[in-house]
Design a protein around this ligand. Structure first.
Ligand SMILES: [Mg+2]
Length: 251
């Protein structure tokens, strides 16, 4: 997801150019449980002879931005997306001021405790993964606060994503490399964040990389590098690109 959100898990830090907000967010403000990724990776089922797709949740499978937008509305805030950020796009209706950082952090944590199980799935994502699932392993790799593991798992199951869940903290390259090592077949990775795509390029250069930004309002502002990481914001088209990259025949 966008960079502010990323910093929540300490490492989602900062895709391109860090700013004061992100550096402050990155400073351990959100206390996370110990990184469970190694256990998650060991537990995730990966067919050693089948292609593997590793896919992010927020702004890929799930419309996080819209969910958070709804969540803050009763507090008197509205979202006006003019940049690739979170709190900096949220304004107080009473006076038009940008959301206070401390309040933003509080609401963000509350959102993950109370509301994350209710966000909408990205249109087309369920069908797209379902079409690939019979021929490829699929693993969901999300940077999210550790305390939202159960609600996130429930959300995935309820929205038609019955795939292993890996909760990550920080850049995703190491986790993707570890998962990719579990199969001899091609591997693809989808994320909205340039920082994660770059991390995967560095740590697992053979993995095919795709950028997908689910919220149409964010797309114009999302940092990308389409020559290095294929950018596809439409799930049916993305599924076809993934299928080709994994060397799978048409259905
Ligand atoms: Mg994301």
């Amino acid at each position: 997801m966008f960079r502010d959100y990323d910093s929540v898990s300490r490492g989602f830090i900062l895709a391109c150019r860090p700013n004061i907000l992100k550096l402050r967010l990155a400073g351990g403000i959100f206390q996370l449980k110990p990184d469970p990724t190694p256990h998650d990776i060991a537990e995730a089922h990966v067919n050693p002879t089948a292609p593997l797709l590793i896919v992010d949740v927020d702004e890929v499978l799930a419309l996080f931005m819209r969910g958070f937008e709804r969540f803050v509305a009763p507090y008197g805030y509205e979202m006006r997306i003019t940049r690739f950020a979170l709190f900096q796009n949220i304004y107080r209706l009473a006076d038009g001021e940008v959301m206070d950082l401390d309040l933003g952090r509080e609401l963000f944590n509350r959102f993950f405790e109370e509301e994350v199980a209710h966000i909408e799935a990205t249109p087309g994502a369920c069908a797209a993964l379902g079409g690939l699932a019979g021929r490829a392993s699929i693993v969901v790799l999300t940077n999210a606060p550790g305390h939202c593991r159960e609600p996130r798992a429930r959300w995935l199951a309820r929205n038609g994503f019955p795939y292993p869940l890996v909760i990550n903290s920080g850049p995703k390259g190491p986790a993707v490399a570890a998962l990719a090592a579990r199969t001899r077949a091609p591997v693809a990775f989808v994320d909205d964040l340039l920082s994660n795509l770059e991390s995967v390029a560095a740590d697992a250069p053979d993995v095919r990389r795709f950028q997908h930004v689910a919220d149409a309002r964010l797309r114009p502002f999302a940092p990308g590098d389409p020559e290095r990481h294929h950018r596809v914001d439409d799930w049916p088209a993305l599924a076809e690109a993934i299928r080709l990259s994994l060397g799978l025949p048409p259905e």
